[in-house]
Design a protein around this ligand. Sequence first.
Ligand code: HEM
Length: 274
Amino acid sequence: MTRRKNQKLSVEDHKRVRGALVSFLKPESLKLYVGKMDGEVKEHLEMHWHGKPQVEMKIVCIAFFFNEEVLTEDEIVHNVMLIMVAGHDTSSVLMTFIMRLLANEPAVYAAVLQEQEEMAKTKLSGEFLTWEDLTKMKYTWRVAMETLRMVPPAFGGFRKALKDIEYGGYLIPKGWQAIPMTHMDGSIFLEPSKFGLSRFENQTSIPPYSFVAFGAGPRICPGYEFARIKTLVTIHYLVTQFAWKLCTDNFFSRDPMPIPTQGLPIKLVPRKLC
Ligand code: HEM
């Protein structure tokens, strides 16, 4: 089961390692950690955002429970690093672009705020959000999905053609690698350059392998639910505690992830003062 540095995992080893990751990234396991993430986000905002002129995003982490009987020690170290990188950069790009969107689109901000304030009203002071609460944040999650469609942190990875394939009048020869670019295809997403939340009202209407912000197929991102929890919990506390304005024109470039060229400096106003 051991392998040399930089050696690729075989299909069987990938299944085994992925199985170990999924065992604690599946909803049944993550449900137990929503309160923990809630506490982390609240504490972070309290310590690092309230009353501070500058802010820095912190991505919430939980303990990862790898089973040593399934993975070697090397594999555990490698996968902890993988999760940190795969989970950190993607999520921070998503949060950055949601904050940019909410600053630029007051109507969307107002609707997200309404949904989150209604949720807040159902909670006692200091009570943590739960998995069930997150399932009710439908509008807010649609905002996140449409942000991911328009500015995906990463496109689903390259796939190698196992045989010659003809697609759209082009030949992809066996052995070539291809990457799906479907999010801006007008035949799948009508008027693709327009922000449109109705696209995600009925997710089953989106053809398979078309929305690929989390990839697709056997290597689809196993951190989808984890990303959903931390995004929703973070937005809940951000919008119920703050309003904000962008301090610069906010253009971005890809390197390879989409990054605002001047960062995303914002002026925060605690909602009590709005
Ligand atoms: C907004 C957040 C995230 C986005 C947009 C995202 C996106 C992606 C994409 C596009 C892939 C490649 C999938 C493919 O090749 O089909 C991927 C793989 C992966 N992601 Fe995520 N991800 C996010 C969050 C996370 C989080 C929070 C974790 C862990 C806690 C995570 C762990 C992984 C791992 C381990 C893989 C490799 C899976 C494999 O090769 O079998 N991701 N992610």
